[in-house]
Design a protein around this ligand. Structure first.
Ligand SMILES: NC(=O)c1ccc[n+]([C@@H]2O[C@H](COP(=O)([O-])OP(=O)(O)OC[C@H]3O[C@@H](n4cnc5c(N)ncnc54)[C@H](OP(=O)(O)O)[C@@H]3O)[C@@H](O)[C@H]2O)c1
Length: 297
Protein backbone atom coordinates (compact mmCIF):
# COMPACT_ATOMS: atom_id res chain seq x y z
CA UNK A 1 0.00 0.00 0.00
CA UNK A 2 1.34 3.45 -0.94
CA UNK A 3 -0.03 6.97 -0.73
CA UNK A 4 -0.62 8.45 -4.19
CA UNK A 5 -1.07 12.14 -5.00
CA UNK A 6 -3.03 12.90 -8.15
CA UNK A 7 -2.25 16.36 -9.52
CA UNK A 8 -5.21 17.96 -11.36
CA UNK A 9 -7.79 15.50 -9.99
CA UNK A 10 -10.75 16.80 -12.00
CA UNK A 11 -9.02 16.62 -15.38
CA UNK A 12 -10.22 14.05 -17.93
CA UNK A 13 -7.61 11.48 -16.97
CA UNK A 14 -7.20 12.62 -13.36
CA UNK A 15 -10.84 12.02 -12.46
CA UNK A 16 -10.57 8.42 -13.71
CA UNK A 17 -7.40 7.85 -11.70
CA UNK A 18 -9.04 9.27 -8.57
CA UNK A 19 -12.00 6.95 -9.03
CA UNK A 20 -9.81 3.90 -9.64
CA UNK A 21 -7.44 4.53 -6.71
CA UNK A 22 -10.33 5.21 -4.34
CA UNK A 23 -11.42 1.59 -4.70
CA UNK A 24 -8.06 0.15 -3.66
CA UNK A 25 -6.01 -0.28 -0.51
CA UNK A 26 -3.79 2.64 -1.55
CA UNK A 27 -4.01 6.03 0.13
CA UNK A 28 -5.14 8.95 -2.03
CA UNK A 29 -4.57 12.69 -1.83
CA UNK A 30 -4.88 15.33 -4.52
CA UNK A 31 -3.20 18.58 -5.56
CA UNK A 32 -5.12 21.27 -7.39
CA UNK A 33 -5.18 25.01 -7.94
CA UNK A 34 -8.55 25.17 -6.19
CA UNK A 35 -10.30 23.47 -3.26
CA UNK A 36 -12.13 20.24 -4.13
CA UNK A 37 -15.13 20.04 -1.77
CA UNK A 38 -16.50 16.90 -3.42
CA UNK A 39 -13.25 15.06 -2.78
CA UNK A 40 -12.96 16.48 0.74
CA UNK A 41 -16.46 15.19 1.46
CA UNK A 42 -15.18 11.71 0.59
CA UNK A 43 -12.26 12.13 2.98
CA UNK A 44 -9.70 12.74 0.23
CA UNK A 45 -7.39 15.59 1.28
CA UNK A 46 -6.58 18.23 -1.33
CA UNK A 47 -3.66 20.62 -1.22
CA UNK A 48 -4.39 23.90 -2.97
CA UNK A 49 -1.20 24.72 -4.85
CA UNK A 50 0.00 27.92 -6.47
CA UNK A 51 2.89 26.15 -8.25
CA UNK A 52 4.86 29.32 -7.55
CA UNK A 53 7.96 29.67 -5.35
CA UNK A 54 5.81 31.12 -2.55
CA UNK A 55 3.90 27.83 -2.37
CA UNK A 56 6.91 25.52 -2.31
CA UNK A 57 7.25 25.09 1.47
CA UNK A 58 3.54 24.40 1.94
CA UNK A 59 3.57 21.80 -0.84
CA UNK A 60 6.61 20.08 0.67
CA UNK A 61 4.94 20.08 4.09
CA UNK A 62 1.75 18.55 2.62
CA UNK A 63 3.64 15.77 0.82
CA UNK A 64 5.59 14.96 3.98
CA UNK A 65 2.56 15.08 6.28
CA UNK A 66 0.58 12.79 3.97
CA UNK A 67 3.60 10.47 3.50
CA UNK A 68 3.13 10.65 -0.27
CA UNK A 69 5.06 7.90 -2.07
CA UNK A 70 3.96 8.46 -5.69
CA UNK A 71 2.84 11.55 -7.57
CA UNK A 72 0.90 11.23 -10.82
CA UNK A 73 0.45 14.43 -12.77
CA UNK A 74 -2.51 15.12 -15.04
CA UNK A 75 -1.83 18.80 -15.66
CA UNK A 76 -2.58 20.18 -19.10
CA UNK A 77 -2.00 23.86 -19.72
CA UNK A 78 -0.68 25.81 -22.66
CA UNK A 79 0.90 28.30 -20.29
CA UNK A 80 1.66 26.47 -17.02
CA UNK A 81 2.39 22.92 -18.14
CA UNK A 82 6.14 22.99 -17.55
CA UNK A 83 6.45 25.44 -14.69
CA UNK A 84 3.67 23.84 -12.61
CA UNK A 85 4.99 20.32 -12.99
CA UNK A 86 8.53 21.39 -12.22
CA UNK A 87 7.23 23.04 -9.04
CA UNK A 88 5.63 19.73 -8.02
CA UNK A 89 8.78 17.82 -8.91
CA UNK A 90 10.98 20.15 -6.84
CA UNK A 91 8.68 19.77 -3.84
CA UNK A 92 8.55 15.99 -4.36
CA UNK A 93 12.31 15.79 -4.32
CA UNK A 94 12.58 17.75 -1.11
CA UNK A 95 9.79 15.78 0.56
CA UNK A 96 11.41 12.43 -0.24
CA UNK A 97 8.69 11.25 -2.64
CA UNK A 98 9.79 8.01 -4.36
CA UNK A 99 7.97 8.06 -7.72
CA UNK A 100 6.74 10.68 -10.18
CA UNK A 101 4.81 10.34 -13.44
CA UNK A 102 4.60 13.56 -15.49
CA UNK A 103 1.49 14.36 -17.48
CA UNK A 104 1.82 12.40 -20.74
CA UNK A 105 -1.26 10.21 -21.32
CA UNK A 106 -1.04 10.33 -25.10
CA UNK A 107 1.59 9.52 -27.73
CA UNK A 108 5.39 9.73 -27.43
CA UNK A 109 5.69 12.23 -30.27
CA UNK A 110 7.50 15.39 -29.22
CA UNK A 111 8.60 16.96 -32.49
CA UNK A 112 5.85 16.39 -35.02
CA UNK A 113 3.28 17.35 -32.37
CA UNK A 114 4.72 20.75 -31.53
CA UNK A 115 2.67 21.30 -28.37
CA UNK A 116 4.08 18.11 -26.87
CA UNK A 117 7.62 19.56 -26.90
CA UNK A 118 6.79 20.99 -23.50
CA UNK A 119 6.24 17.45 -22.21
CA UNK A 120 9.81 16.70 -23.18
CA UNK A 121 11.00 19.75 -21.22
CA UNK A 122 9.37 18.29 -18.11
CA UNK A 123 10.77 14.83 -18.84
CA UNK A 124 14.37 16.05 -19.04
CA UNK A 125 14.05 17.38 -15.48
CA UNK A 126 12.34 14.17 -14.35
CA UNK A 127 15.32 12.16 -15.58
CA UNK A 128 17.77 14.15 -13.47
CA UNK A 129 15.48 14.36 -10.42
CA UNK A 130 16.71 11.19 -8.74
CA UNK A 131 13.10 10.00 -8.42
CA UNK A 132 11.84 6.85 -10.10
CA UNK A 133 9.95 8.18 -13.10
CA UNK A 134 7.78 6.87 -15.89
CA UNK A 135 5.80 8.29 -18.81
CA UNK A 136 2.43 6.63 -19.38
CA UNK A 137 1.75 6.44 -23.15
CA UNK A 138 -1.78 5.27 -23.97
CA UNK A 139 -2.46 6.56 -27.47
CA UNK A 140 -5.63 8.41 -28.42
CA UNK A 141 -8.44 8.05 -25.91
CA UNK A 142 -11.13 5.91 -27.51
CA UNK A 143 -13.64 8.24 -25.84
CA UNK A 144 -12.87 10.90 -28.49
CA UNK A 145 -15.10 8.78 -30.75
CA UNK A 146 -17.98 9.05 -28.29
CA UNK A 147 -19.60 12.33 -29.39
CA UNK A 148 -23.27 11.84 -30.23
CA UNK A 149 -23.28 8.25 -28.94
CA UNK A 150 -26.77 6.80 -29.12
CA UNK A 151 -26.27 4.26 -26.34
CA UNK A 152 -24.89 5.10 -22.87
CA UNK A 153 -23.61 8.47 -24.11
CA UNK A 154 -22.22 9.50 -20.72
CA UNK A 155 -20.12 6.38 -20.49
CA UNK A 156 -18.95 6.85 -24.09
CA UNK A 157 -17.42 10.26 -23.43
CA UNK A 158 -16.83 9.55 -19.74
CA UNK A 159 -16.16 13.21 -19.07
CA UNK A 160 -14.05 13.76 -22.20
CA UNK A 161 -14.58 17.26 -23.53
CA UNK A 162 -11.72 17.74 -25.99
CA UNK A 163 -11.57 17.63 -29.78
CA UNK A 164 -12.31 14.58 -31.90
CA UNK A 165 -9.98 13.18 -34.53
CA UNK A 166 -10.35 11.47 -37.88
CA UNK A 167 -13.94 10.34 -37.68
CA UNK A 168 -17.21 11.74 -36.37
CA UNK A 169 -19.53 8.80 -36.09
CA UNK A 170 -22.64 10.82 -35.19
CA UNK A 171 -22.11 13.13 -38.18
CA UNK A 172 -21.24 10.32 -40.59
CA UNK A 173 -17.98 11.97 -41.65
CA UNK A 174 -14.41 10.73 -41.78
CA UNK A 175 -11.05 12.22 -42.65
CA UNK A 176 -8.50 9.67 -43.79
CA UNK A 177 -4.81 10.39 -44.02
CA UNK A 178 -3.63 9.03 -47.39
CA UNK A 179 -5.43 5.66 -47.71
CA UNK A 180 -6.26 5.48 -43.98
CA UNK A 181 -4.13 2.39 -43.41
CA UNK A 182 -1.57 3.79 -40.96
CA UNK A 183 -1.83 2.19 -37.54
CA UNK A 184 -2.80 4.06 -34.41
CA UNK A 185 -3.12 3.10 -30.75
CA UNK A 186 -6.36 3.79 -28.89
CA UNK A 187 -7.10 3.24 -25.18
CA UNK A 188 -10.29 4.00 -23.28
CA UNK A 189 -10.04 6.30 -20.24
CA UNK A 190 -11.95 3.74 -18.14
CA UNK A 191 -9.36 1.04 -18.97
CA UNK A 192 -6.24 3.17 -18.51
CA UNK A 193 -6.90 4.01 -14.87
CA UNK A 194 -7.05 0.43 -13.46
CA UNK A 195 -3.81 -0.37 -15.28
CA UNK A 196 -2.11 2.63 -13.71
CA UNK A 197 -3.30 1.33 -10.33
CA UNK A 198 -1.63 -2.02 -11.14
CA UNK A 199 1.61 -0.22 -11.95
CA UNK A 200 1.74 1.10 -8.37
CA UNK A 201 2.64 -2.42 -7.23
CA UNK A 202 5.39 -2.98 -9.80
CA UNK A 203 8.81 -3.29 -8.12
CA UNK A 204 10.31 -0.98 -10.73
CA UNK A 205 8.98 1.58 -13.18
CA UNK A 206 10.40 1.58 -16.69
CA UNK A 207 11.02 5.04 -18.14
CA UNK A 208 8.28 4.46 -20.71
CA UNK A 209 5.09 2.59 -19.83
CA UNK A 210 2.91 1.67 -22.80
CA UNK A 211 -0.83 1.02 -22.66
CA UNK A 212 -2.26 -0.38 -25.89
CA UNK A 213 -6.01 -0.73 -25.68
CA UNK A 214 -6.27 -1.42 -29.39
CA UNK A 215 -4.07 -1.01 -32.43
CA UNK A 216 -6.11 -0.27 -35.53
CA UNK A 217 -6.35 2.02 -38.55
CA UNK A 218 -8.82 4.78 -39.39
CA UNK A 219 -9.82 2.81 -42.48
CA UNK A 220 -10.81 -0.17 -40.28
CA UNK A 221 -12.55 2.21 -37.92
CA UNK A 222 -14.49 3.73 -40.82
CA UNK A 223 -15.57 0.26 -41.99
CA UNK A 224 -16.74 -0.62 -38.48
CA UNK A 225 -18.59 2.68 -38.06
CA UNK A 226 -20.36 2.32 -41.43
CA UNK A 227 -21.31 -1.27 -40.68
CA UNK A 228 -22.59 -0.52 -37.17
CA UNK A 229 -24.53 2.62 -38.07
CA UNK A 230 -25.69 1.37 -41.48
CA UNK A 231 -24.67 4.73 -42.94
CA UNK A 232 -22.43 5.54 -45.84
CA UNK A 233 -19.94 8.08 -44.51
CA UNK A 234 -18.75 11.18 -46.29
CA UNK A 235 -15.02 10.57 -46.56
CA UNK A 236 -12.33 13.17 -47.11
CA UNK A 237 -8.86 11.92 -48.07
CA UNK A 238 -5.95 14.07 -46.92
CA UNK A 239 -2.84 14.27 -49.07
CA UNK A 240 0.54 15.28 -47.70
CA UNK A 241 -0.05 18.68 -49.27
CA UNK A 242 -3.38 19.06 -47.39
CA UNK A 243 -1.68 18.16 -44.10
CA UNK A 244 1.14 20.60 -44.72
CA UNK A 245 -1.41 23.35 -45.34
CA UNK A 246 -3.12 22.55 -42.02
CA UNK A 247 0.24 22.76 -40.28
CA UNK A 248 0.51 26.41 -41.36
CA UNK A 249 -2.87 27.29 -39.82
CA UNK A 250 -3.11 30.09 -37.28
CA UNK A 251 -5.91 28.21 -35.55
CA UNK A 252 -4.25 26.32 -32.69
CA UNK A 253 -6.72 23.42 -32.79
CA UNK A 254 -6.53 22.97 -36.57
CA UNK A 255 -2.75 23.06 -36.32
CA UNK A 256 -2.72 20.49 -33.50
CA UNK A 257 -5.00 18.13 -35.41
CA UNK A 258 -2.85 18.51 -38.52
CA UNK A 259 0.18 17.64 -36.40
CA UNK A 260 -1.60 14.44 -35.32
CA UNK A 261 -2.35 13.63 -38.99
CA UNK A 262 1.29 14.22 -39.84
CA UNK A 263 2.39 11.95 -36.98
CA UNK A 264 -0.09 9.33 -38.20
CA UNK A 265 1.34 9.53 -41.73
CA UNK A 266 4.83 9.18 -40.24
CA UNK A 267 3.80 5.99 -38.42
CA UNK A 268 4.39 7.70 -35.07
CA UNK A 269 0.96 6.98 -33.56
CA UNK A 270 1.64 3.24 -33.41
CA UNK A 271 3.92 2.29 -30.55
CA UNK A 272 4.34 -0.25 -27.75
CA UNK A 273 4.70 -3.30 -30.03
CA UNK A 274 6.87 -4.99 -27.38
CA UNK A 275 5.94 -5.00 -23.73
CA UNK A 276 2.90 -3.10 -22.52
CA UNK A 277 1.18 -2.70 -19.18
CA UNK A 278 -1.95 -4.42 -20.49
CA UNK A 279 0.09 -7.45 -21.58
CA UNK A 280 1.50 -7.63 -18.04
CA UNK A 281 -1.99 -7.45 -16.54
CA UNK A 282 -4.32 -9.31 -18.92
CA UNK A 283 -6.96 -9.46 -16.16
CA UNK A 284 -7.64 -5.75 -16.83
CA UNK A 285 -10.01 -5.81 -19.78
CA UNK A 286 -9.24 -3.44 -22.65
CA UNK A 287 -12.13 -2.40 -24.88
CA UNK A 288 -11.30 -2.49 -28.58
CA UNK A 289 -12.49 0.27 -30.87
CA UNK A 290 -14.90 -2.16 -32.52
CA UNK A 291 -16.40 -3.08 -29.15
CA UNK A 292 -16.65 0.61 -28.30
CA UNK A 293 -18.50 1.52 -31.51
CA UNK A 294 -20.85 -1.47 -31.21
CA UNK A 295 -21.60 -0.62 -27.60
CA UNK A 296 -22.32 3.06 -28.07
CA UNK A 297 -23.81 3.43 -31.57
N1 LIG B 1 -4.67 10.67 -25.39
C1 LIG B 1 -5.57 11.59 -25.66
O1 LIG B 1 -6.45 11.40 -26.53
C2 LIG B 1 -5.57 12.85 -24.86
C3 LIG B 1 -6.60 13.79 -25.00
C4 LIG B 1 -6.55 14.94 -24.22
C5 LIG B 1 -5.50 15.14 -23.34
N2 LIG B 1 -4.50 14.22 -23.25
C6 LIG B 1 -3.36 14.41 -22.31
O2 LIG B 1 -3.79 14.12 -20.99
C7 LIG B 1 -3.16 15.00 -20.05
C8 LIG B 1 -4.23 15.65 -19.20
O3 LIG B 1 -5.16 16.25 -20.07
P1 LIG B 1 -6.70 16.32 -19.69
O4 LIG B 1 -7.44 16.52 -20.97
O5 LIG B 1 -7.06 15.18 -18.80
O6 LIG B 1 -6.72 17.66 -18.86
P2 LIG B 1 -7.93 18.69 -18.67
O7 LIG B 1 -9.19 17.95 -18.48
O8 LIG B 1 -7.84 19.73 -19.73
O9 LIG B 1 -7.49 19.32 -17.28
C9 LIG B 1 -6.21 19.87 -17.11
C10 LIG B 1 -5.96 20.14 -15.65
O10 LIG B 1 -4.72 20.81 -15.53
C11 LIG B 1 -4.77 21.69 -14.44
N3 LIG B 1 -4.24 22.98 -14.90
C12 LIG B 1 -4.73 23.79 -15.86
N4 LIG B 1 -3.95 24.89 -16.00
C13 LIG B 1 -2.95 24.75 -15.11
C14 LIG B 1 -1.82 25.53 -14.75
N5 LIG B 1 -1.56 26.71 -15.35
N6 LIG B 1 -1.01 25.06 -13.80
C15 LIG B 1 -1.26 23.90 -13.19
N7 LIG B 1 -2.32 23.13 -13.46
C16 LIG B 1 -3.13 23.54 -14.41
C17 LIG B 1 -6.22 21.81 -13.99
O11 LIG B 1 -6.31 21.19 -12.71
P3 LIG B 1 -6.72 22.03 -11.38
O12 LIG B 1 -7.79 22.96 -11.82
O13 LIG B 1 -7.17 20.95 -10.47
O14 LIG B 1 -5.49 22.71 -10.94
C18 LIG B 1 -7.01 21.04 -15.02
O15 LIG B 1 -8.03 20.26 -14.46
C19 LIG B 1 -2.32 15.96 -20.87
O16 LIG B 1 -0.98 15.57 -20.81
C20 LIG B 1 -2.85 15.85 -22.28
O17 LIG B 1 -1.87 16.03 -23.27
C21 LIG B 1 -4.52 13.08 -23.96
Amino acid sequence: MVVVAIVAPTSNIGSHLVQAIQNTQHGLVTISRSPQPELSAKGIPTHVATYLPDGHAALVAFLKAQKVDTIISCIWSLTGHVQSQLAVLAAAKEAGVRRFAPSEWAVPVYQTIGLYAMKLDVWQVCLSSGLEVTRFHCGIWTNVLGYGATKEPEEALSGYHGPTLGIQIDKGTATLVKDGNDEVVFSRLQDIAPLVVKSLDLPEWEHDTFIVGDRTTFKRLLDIAQQVTGRSFEVKYLSEHDINQGLQSNDILEKLISQFYKALANGELSFGQGQSLNKSFPDVGMMTVEQFVKRHF
